[in-house]
Write a new protein. Structure first.
Lengths: 109, 109
């Protein structure tokens, strides 16, 4: 079960969506613009997975047309802390990892 | 580039291998036993990806037959700290996420 949770929370789009939601509330198209280049289908599946895990709340407002808002739940916000560390680690090491990859590819060519 | 780093480090098998390596050194078959149910092919690809990113070192000892050891590099150990938090979060929330999934599936059935 832990592995299947890790599969969700470690997934790059889940990380991007959770970090983007942060402490705010967003509509689908706003998220789609901010978490580019995610496809509509991938964003829907990612949001649905996060909702299913109780990490994101989906609120439908009875306007016409209905307005749908997404936000992190309490559980989602507790994950946000860990994922911000992971994203921060990735950002801090991205350049040196890029060089390691280039060296490795040259060695293996 | 950050997304492609996240794709590597967030991948469930990378998380499992990095956490298993920890501060120790392992041979391939030991890792394969400890990080089950990973397939030989998946473990090879995961170790290769981690080596390419400079997170894991692969040392071939000139014995007969040659002995190959895997261990985290300094960069790998800095990632270990963050991934242990992620794995810890997953462990702490696995049960409640399981219940959320069951409720969601029932609602959507």
């Amino acid at each position: 079960m832990i592995r299947s949770v890790l599969e969700r929370v470690g997934d790059k789009w889940s990380v991007a969506v959770v970090c983007q939601l942060g402490e705010s509330t967003y509509r689908f198209n706003e998220l789609r613009r901010l978490v580019s280049p995610i496809t509509q289908r991938m964003l829907s599946a990612t949001l649905r997975g996060l909702e299913r895990d109780g990490l994101v709340s989906r609120t439908v407002h009875p306007t016409s047309p209905p307005r749908v808002d997404y936000a992190l739940t309490g559980r989602g916000r507790s994950l946000l802390v860990v994922l911000r560390d992971l994203a921060g680690w990735a950002e801090a090491h991205a350049e040196e990892i890029g060089s390691s990859r280039a060296e490795f590819d040259q060695r293996e060519a």
